[in-house]
Design a protein around this ligand. Structure first.
Ligand code: CTP
Length: 397
């Protein structure tokens, strides 16, 4: 898998930097070519000499090193590799990446690259848990940066918690996935997920129940098969998966706009629980419980995003997959829904409270296609997602 792959390994400054030497050694053992880039802080922990000895390569350190520029400019360096790996990724490096700073060689390469980037964060637990770092992490994930770790455990600083650099085998596994030429490589798949919130006034809203777990699992499974995924998500309980382009929305209208803006796509999966109505007379001021009686809400229908995309005259994705969450006559309603909306497949499930599917970790679905209904065994939402992603890959490649 790693044979003949070229990895640009950026070593940030942190106690865990010494583990980058082990990572480098193992990557080389598996046949990868590794070009090390050492930050100024990283050089406080490991020497350029050890990196160059292990990589049998020049170690790049300085943005303004004219020799480097004569040999290979920083733009070229950022694009020559198949993958950029940042290990350890410090809080500072993550902040620079999240904000697009380019004030040293590492941050400039990360801004200039057109390749996938995998970071292995490592820092003190308080720094990791700080809202600023978590904000930066969310931004980076939204930008499609892949993340491995950090692990939880005792730290060099004496504290305990998440912040330890992921173990070398885990980083290598993540590198394998990042480099995988899955069957969906080069395919763009759009996934909607989570609920939508339709405002009643600035503090209240109506919504459907949805944790976003199934949509998130599907996006993750599609990424694992090499797809480029645009993940349009309402306010879900579970965080978006790594490696996707995240478009966060609140209302059905915003979701429709985000979906339209993300075209063209080779396939689209509509796992979102979109509210069917919005409040037409939603106001900018909070409704008060005064003597004028109960509020009179006027509802208006939301556009059906799945139906809109399914019935597109031009630029329709080759495969459009909808979901049907039903409580009665699941197959009959879902079969009718497929025809009514004009999508290719419907993933139908019984969400009656007794099934425990809504908000749970398992799903029990029936795939409805033009060929009929196919019952799948009850399995985890991850396994359901993996099966669906495999079917999608077969259908569009
Ligand atoms: N959907 C959508 N946009 C909407 C409503 C639903 O894209 N405004 C999508 C959902 O993401 C899901 C599918 O349509 O893939 C099924 O939605 P559902 O709400 O069950 O369908 P309805 O047409 O509302 O049918 P009913 O309420 O009668 O069950």
């Amino acid at each position: 898998m790693l044979a003949d792959k070229h990895i640009l390994l950026i070593v940030g400054g942190g106690v865990a930097a010494f583990k980058a030497l082990d990572l480098l050694r193992r990557l080389r053992e598996q046949g990868a070519k590794v070009t090390p880039v050492l930050t100024k802080a990283g050089a406080e922990f490991v020497t350029p000499l050890s990196l160059s000895a292990l990589s049998v390569s020049k170690v790049y350190q300085d943005l303004f090193d004219l020799t480097d520029e004569a040999e290979m400019g920083h733009i070229e360096l950022s694009r020559a590799a198949d993958l950029i790996v940042v290990a350890p990724a410090t809080a500072d490096l993550m902040a620079k990446m999240a904000h697009g700073l380019a004030n040293d060689l590492a941050s400039t390469l990360l801004l200039a690259t057109d390749k996938r980037v995998l970071i292995a964060p490592s820092m003190n637990v308080r720094m990791w848990e700080h809202p600023a770092t978590q904000r930066n992490l969310a931004t980076l994930k939204g930008d499609g940066v892949l993340v491995v770790g950090p692990d939880e455990g005792a730290m060099a600083c004496g504290e305990f918690g998440p912040g330890r650099l992921a173990e070398t085998p885990d980083i290598i596994a993540a590198i394998d996935v990042a480099l995988s030429d899955g069957p969906l490589k080069g395919k763009h798949v759009l996934v909607t997920s989570g609920p939508t919130h339709e405002p009643i006034d600035p503090v209240r809203y109506i919504a459907n129940r949805s944790s976003g777990a199934q949509g998130t699992a599907i996006a993750k499974a599609l990424v694992a098969l090499g797809a480029q995924v645009t993940f349009v998500t309402g306010p879900a309980d579970v965080p978006p998966p790594a490696g996707v382009r995240v478009v966060a929305v609140k209302t059905a209208k915003e979701m429709l706009d985000a979906v339209t803006d993300s075209a063209p796509a080779d396939a689209a999966v509509f796992a979102a629980a979109v509210a069917d109505w919005h409040v037409a007379n939603a106001g900018d001021s909070k409704i008060k419980k005064d003597k004028s009686g109960l509020p009179k809400l006027e509802f208006a229908e939301n556009s059906d995003i799945l139906a809109t995309v399914s019935q597109m005259k031009t630029g329709r994705p080759a495969l459009v997959v909808g979901f049907a969450a039903e409580t009665d006559d699941v197959i009959a309603y879902a079969t009718a829904k497929r025809l009514r909306k004009g999508c290719d497949w419907i993933v139908a499930n019984d969400v009656s409270p007794s099934t425990g599917i809504m908000g749970g970790s398992e799903n029990d679905v029936t795939l409805i296609t033009a060929d009929g209904a196919e019952d799948w065994p009850r399995m985890s939402k991850d396994a359901t997602a993996a099966e669906l992603a495999t079917r999608i890959a077969k259908a569009i490649t």
